[in-house]
Design a protein around this ligand. Sequence first.
Ligand code: KIV
Length: 293
Amino acid sequence: MTSAELPAPYGAGAGTTPTPPAGTPPVPPTGRIRIRHLQQAKENGTRFAMLTAYDQYAAQVFDEAGIEVLLVGDSAANNVLGHATTLPITLDEMILFSRAVSTAARRALVVADLPFGSYEVSSQQAVESSVRLLKEGLVHAVKMEGGAEYADTVRALVRAGIPVMAHIGFTPQSEHALGGYRVQGRGDASQRIVEDAVALADAGAFCVLMEMVPTETADAVDAAVRVPTIGIGAGPGTTGQVLVWQDMAGLRGGRQAKFVKQYADVRTVLADAARAYADDVRAGTFPGPEHTF
Ligand code: KIV
């Protein structure tokens, strides 16, 4: 990928992210994406893309499409397992999805969520859960929800050699405590988000992901930390963007969050294919001679 292929413009007021020098590749066209490439993207003012993936084929398709980071999100709870929130998914389930994605992805950096209940008790619990995600799920890094109160946990993970992506702003695992899906960091609360980001980056997080925060808050975070930032509902000023793939590709039906842009209508494509198949079966035109031994 060259900077000419990157989405533009980067926009005035996009934090401290500088305008990319012409011809600066954010990451190598081949070979594994490493954390240092994401850091270079921040320093060079280039952007990278992250999508969720929970299975082999989605991981392959997105990897081949050049998506730099694949997130095995605990959003698998909602988007694969049919739960109403991310809370019920277990570490064992996350490991299963992680292994499928990690095995399929050749180039992308693969990051897995620490699910609810797998890290809050102690730094030791967080290290033990993360070790399982790296050892059994074969991922390259973990993502953890929570603010400055988790700085010690980040330090313990980094000490154990486990890269950590911090997730602040709206944190879906705290949905009940936060009173539902609500934008975080508005007005005076902005400063708290910036403090969270700084504490987590200082503790060693290699990246700060922000969900559903005002653009000005996200830009203030991007300006305050040296590490790359990723946004979902955080405006255009972050180093990277992430979307849940079923939202991005239009597989999930129903109302979409404001921050979602739908790039395809996979739900309609699949439904049309299923109807055409059923019609053929009922008409006796499938299987045809070419499908028959
Ligand atoms: O689990 C997930 O998909 C996430 C994204 C919303 C960032 O955490």
